[in-house]
Design a protein around this ligand. Sequence first.
Ligand code: CA
Length: 146
Amino acid sequence: MSKVEDFLSAKEEQEIIAAIRTAERNTSGEIRVHIEDHTDADTFDRALEVFHLLKMDNTRLRNGVLIYVAVADKSFVICGDKGINDVVPCDFWDSTRDVMRTQFQHGNFKQGLIDGVLKAGLELQTHFPWDANTHEDELPNEISRG
Ligand code: CA
């Protein structure tokens, strides 16, 4: 098995998807998780590439957020789209990153992703409140794998 398959069981994956649904109840923002083994590129550059490949830059308010994890590299990046970056300070994701990093350091990958997803949803809520009139689930909640 590759590291990616070891990283999360099917059951754990379902729990993370449930967290994405919960997080998206608070905000019009769209959160996705992408997991792959390794990248030769700079982690942030690769995250931006995946962001584009997943068509996450196609949301109405440009408020998609990708949590990208390179398992073997032991690295992860949280990256938001233009609509978010235009209105938040550049340390906006630091608290989300920190809760994830703490769990990852203890080997709690599933909980790190769940905490990260929920925290990202709460952070987004202030700037992108959930709107019942216009809200639709614009991006799939499934975890993608590289
Ligand atoms: Ca979604």
